[in-house]
Write a protein that binds this ligand. Structure first.
Ligand code: NAP
Length: 324
């Protein structure tokens, strides 16, 4: 029989570590299953200028390392052996979680903070230039390209939002879209199209990133016109991939209610899911804001709600009533 933990946290991004800090300080000895990408999406960005509290920009990986150390100091145990959660059983108590190394974990409360992953195009050089000109987050990395030229790929609301945001900072934004009509809402299309700094390249796909070394930087993208097949080089200082995000919820396999895009549904103003005792925080439950600071805020909320839940269950156990 494995140990039944009070609080099991799935994921080690800003939401997971913040939940761990709060739960640790409440003396719940939380266990964090860190997954494969320890520290989450912030570890694939460079300088973070919008996380409050740092006069000088802090590097994303360093910010996450500090959160991790704070979680450990608060009493959290981190499972850092690159195991991932494979499946869960939230239908029975205690809740059960299985990792892909065959281990079973049991807990009275689970906080799902597995984040979301940007969709990437899959270009040969995309990973190589990530953090050096290739990005999936204009809010995070746009300010590094003030007065420079950038390319945005995508035709949905995210791409229009990123392009409009980047146009405030950069000298030119070129949106490369694979069709000749946008998927984005009319209002967001209109706003982008009216912007004199935004130019559209239609019916085209980016097929690779070109760049230089020492320092590693992007110098252009190679694009192919899908109707003529013509390949050309578009000079740019950065490539922003804005073809959508996907929440990391595959392992849930229906154990929690999700929306049509796979994000865990939580009660508005709360991190409660449809299963009492299971909470969701950060990008896995947030299709709107997706910021480090909002993820951290949700992690805090989840830990506080988890604490209330444990106290409620303890009270019910004392009085002999049933949990629900
Ligand atoms: P999306 O609506 O799925 O659009 C993705 C875009 O990327 C599409 O234009 C698609 O092209 C293109 N694309 C997909 N895969 C591609 C690939 N491999 N190579 C090149 N292009 C590719 O995703 P989203 O824009 O992230 O929006 C997701 C949801 O969030 C939507 O419901 C949206 O309304 C919502 N959202 C709302 C707001 C807001 O209201 N402020 C902001 C952001 C997002 P095709 O069009 O050819 O399929």
């Amino acid at each position: 029989m494995s140990t039944v933990h009070d609080i099991l946290i799935l994921g080690s991004g800003a939401a997971g570590y913040t939940a761990a800090i709060y739960a640790g300080r409440a003396n719940r000895k939380p266990v964090v299953i860190c997954g494969i990408q320890h520290g989450g999406q912030l570890t694939i960005t460079t300088e973070v200028e919008n996380y409050p509290g740092f006069g000088e920009p802090i590097m994303g990986p360093e910010l996450m390392e500090r959160m991790k150390q704070q979680a450990i100091r608060s009493g959290a145990t981190l499972v850092e052996d690159l195991t991932q959660v494979e499946r869960v059983d939230f239908a029975r108590r205690p809740f059960r979680v299985w990792t892909d190394d065959g281990r079973e974990w049991q807990a009275r409360v689970v906080i799902v903070a597995t984040g979301a992953s940007a969709k990437w195009i899959g270009l040969p050089n995309e990973q190589h230039f990530m953090g050096h000109g290739v990005s999936a987050c204009a809010t995070c990395d746009g300010p590094f390209y003030k007065g420079r030229r950038v390319v945005v790929v995508g035709g949905g609301d995210t791409a229009m939002e990123e392009a409009t945001y980047l146009a405030q900072l950069t000298s030119e934004v070129v949106v490369v879209h694979r069709r000749d009509t946008l998927r984005a809402s009319k209002a967001m299309q209109d706003r982008a199209m009216r912007n004199p700094k935004i130019r559209f390249v239609w019916d085209s796909e980016v097929i690779d990133v070109n760049g230089a070394e020492s320092p590693t930087k992007v110098t252009g993208v190679k694009i192919r016109h899908l109707k003529t097949g013509a390949v050309s080089e578009l000079p740019t200082d950065a490539l922003f991939v804005a073809i959508g995000h996907q929440p990391n919820t595959g392992f849930l396999a229906g154990a929690l209610t999700t929306d049509e895009r796979g994000y865990v549904r939580v009660t508005p103003g709360s991190t409660r899911t449809n299963v009492p005792g299971v909470f969701a925080a950060g990008d896995v439950a947030d299709p709107v804001f997706r910021q480090a600071v909002t993820a951290a805020g949700m992690g805090c909320m989840a830990a506080i709600e988890a604490e209330h839940r444990l106290q409620h269950e303890a009270h019910l156990a004392e009085t002999g009533a049933h949990t629900g």
